[in-house]
Design a protein around this ligand. Structure first.
Ligand code: IMP
Ligand code: MG
Length: 431
């Protein structure tokens, strides 16, 4: 009996999960997504090609590997179809190695309408949602009014769809949202609905399965399964900076409910952090930099959202948040990405504690969104050199190694690898 290994982001998403999963895939037989939906954007780069995945697991480029979209994921069929077509354009044929849970919930066009209506109704308190319908679709799941992938095979699917859509329209009207002016990809709701309905055909051609049985059988047969997280721990519905969070369990616990595996079946947990910190959308960000350094991180790091194109907020690494994420997830191994973005920095900083009302703490306060948090910063000398052509962890420049050991010391977790460029080949594993 083998165990599920987990790979997830420890910050506010965009830590480089897609790339790392792609690199780790050869070690596994099955790659599974357990939560989130098309709000995610996992960027992979290899052979000079850049590719963005939204709900398809990052193992899809390895044709002998099985990829599973678990029950905890949300599927927007038209976006899914687009993703499949983009893969086919790159000569990747996913029909045979992508399995989809029948229990995964669907995002309807009217969920996307509601997402926009909710954000508008919030006014200045906007979350900065990706507007892919995530919040409303998970709301319906929990309210027991959602529609699942398996329902598209049933005779009464259209009826269920119409009923739910009707309810959504009523809510949008109540929120005084201008439904007629609403557009998805320049289409009205009704126009987009036609495209959405057509794309169900694409979805029907895939293996729609009870993925909990499939995954557990794989484990029983000794197959190696990797659960690939989306977003990050600080966007978790329970423990993130609520309400500036996404609507799913992004932490290790989400693997159990999002794939149907027992807690005792979870093995290694690999947590990814950038060497600095970014956040897209609204909400607290204690180490955010509003100066030239912040802009440099954004430019050199190409910190623009893979799903929305928005520029990401940037700042120094946040140890209290990272320690919190390691605790919540039971992280056994750390992976650090993008130190190369800071190659030219004279000085690199790390927030070791928060100062709130003149008191130091290393805990995330309940009033995270309301209180003013001053980061207590520790300074490190920059390594001031390119990391290109470095092939071994131990060959990294001494100042960078010092910075990395400080991360280990503060989190009490060993770093297993460092990624020093967007390319697949530049992940330095430690012995
Ligand atoms: P939603 O998940 O689209 O509702 O967005 C809620 C919040 O999570 C917003 O601040 C988004 O910017 C953020 N978010 C959602 N998905 C991602 C992601 O994959 N990476 C980074 N931020 C995300
Ligand atoms: Mg992303």
């Amino acid at each position: 009996m083998s165990k599920v290994e987990v790979l997830l982001g420890l910050q506010w998403g965009d830590e480089g999960k897609g790339k790392i999963v792609d690199v780790l895939t050869p070690r596994y037989d099955v790659i599974a997504r357990f939560q989130g939906g098309p709000n995610a954007g996992h960027t992979l780069e290899f052979n000079g090609i850049k590719h963005v995945l939204h709900i398809i697991p990052s193992g899809i480029f390895h044709k002998e590997k099985l990829n599973v979209i678990g029950n905890g994921v949300l599927i927007e069929p038209a976006i899914f179809k687009g993703e499949i077509e983009a893969l086919r354009e790159k000569n990747v044929e996913p029909t045979d190695n992508l399995y989809i849970s029948k229990k995964a919930h669907l995002i309807l066009p009217s969920h996307r309408l509601l997402d926009a209506a909710n954000e508008q109704a919030k006014g200045n308190a906007k979350i900065g949602s990706t507007l892919k319908g995530i919040g409303p679709a998970y709301t319906d799941k929990i309210a027991r009014t959602g529609i699942r992938v398996g329902d598209i095979l049933e005779f009464d699917f259209r009826e269920k769809y119409q009923l739910l859509k009707f309810q959504h329209i009523q809510i949008a009207k109540m929120l005084k949202f201008d439904i007629d002016a609403f557009r998805i990809n320049d289409m009205t709701l009704d126009e987009y609905e036609v495209e959405w309905m057509e794309s169900l055909e694409t979805l029907r051609k895939f293996k729609l399965i009870n993925s909990e049985y499939f995954i557990n059988k794989c484990l029983k047969d000794g197959k190696k399964v990797l659960a690939e997280g989306a977003q990050g721990s600080m966007l978790d519905i329970d423990f993130g900076s609520y309400p500036f969070v996404t609507s799913s369990s992004t932490i290790t616990a989400g693997v159990c409910t999002g794939l149907g595996v027992a807690p005792s079946s979870i093995g290694r947990v690999m947590g990814i952090t950038k060497a600095y910190c970014t956040r897209v959308g609204a909400g607290p960000f204690p180490t955010e930099l509003f100066d030239a350094t912040g802009r440099t991180l954004c430019e050199i790091g190409h910190e623009y959202g893979a799903t929305t194109g928005r520029s990401r907020r940037c700042g120094w690494i946040d140890i209290p948040a990272l320690r919190y994420a390691c605790m919540l997830n039971g992280v056994t191994d750390l992976i650090v990405t993008k130190p190369d973005v800071m190659n030219d920095f004279d000085e690199v900083k790390m927030c070791t504690d928060y100062v709130i009302n003149d008191r130091e703490t290393d805990e995330i306060p309940f009033e995270f969104n309301e209180v003013e948090i001053r980061p207590k910063l520790r300074s490190f000398i920059g390594w001031k050199q390119s990391l290109a052509n470095i092939a071994k962890y131990d060959a990294l420049p001494a100042p960078l190694l010092a910075y990395l050991s400080a991360i280990e010391l503060h989190t009490d977790v060993r770093i297993m690898a460092v990624s020093i460029s967007p390319d697949r080949k530049d992940v330095l594993f430690r012995n």
